[in-house]
Design a protein around this ligand. Sequence first.
Ligand SMILES: O=C(CO)[C@H](O)[C@H](O)COP(=O)(O)O
Length: 249
Amino acid sequence: MSNIEASKKLAAYTAVDRHVKPEHRIIGIGSGSTVPYVVERIVQQGEEANKGRVFIPTGFQSKELIVSSKLALGDVDEYPTIDVTLDGADEVDYQLNCVKGGGACHLREKVLAEAANTFILVADYRKNVQYLGTNFVQGVPIEVVPFAYAKVLQNLHHILGSPNAVLRMAVKKAGPVVTDNGNFIIDAPFPREKMLDPYIIMAQIKMLTGVVEVGLFCRMAKAAYFGNEDGTVTVRWDDEKVEQVAAPE
Ligand SMILES: O=C(CO)[C@H](O)[C@H](O)COP(=O)(O)O
């Protein structure tokens, strides 16, 4: 297993051990390559612990993960209050603002983050930054309704200060990425000064007609767990405290 993969697993295992408690019944499962380790650790809690629990996915990938792990699947329209949601991130700053949507799932991810009593981020050490846009430079993912994409792009280029915003294109399909909700994704890079307090630019983007959701999650998480190369885990809390913990057994 590579260092990065091991770091993802460390972060996920530590977060599950601390935040998925026996009394939790409704659990939100995010998207990305770190989340499979979250589910792996939850399964390790045993059949008895998972009996009566319902797991809510943030998209196609996590739905498959829940089903293939033989956990009970639910949806947020049936369970609008979630005990705890665990999800990955593309980047997280020192105030727990984060960029999400690298996997184009951030609409459902934000709904599950908002529905949760506790929202927890899990990631490898590359995602732990002072300011957003440090390592994840492709820009803020923005989900838009397809017919409005050109208008929103124009708004981003000429009004909101992202001249390099682009429509995200698919890799093994001709044309744009289409989300689980049938929408398009725009990736909009912004200069550092806009990322110092990302809430402002998040609100401005969200006000553009045609935008469905913005991949900036501002101060929504209770804690972020980052697996490190040396086998420790750095935990950042919502009060800006930083904790260093040893790896779980
Ligand atoms: O926001 C996301 C998908 O929309 C993912 O949570 C994010 O891309 C992190 O993924 P990974 O764990 O693979 O680094």
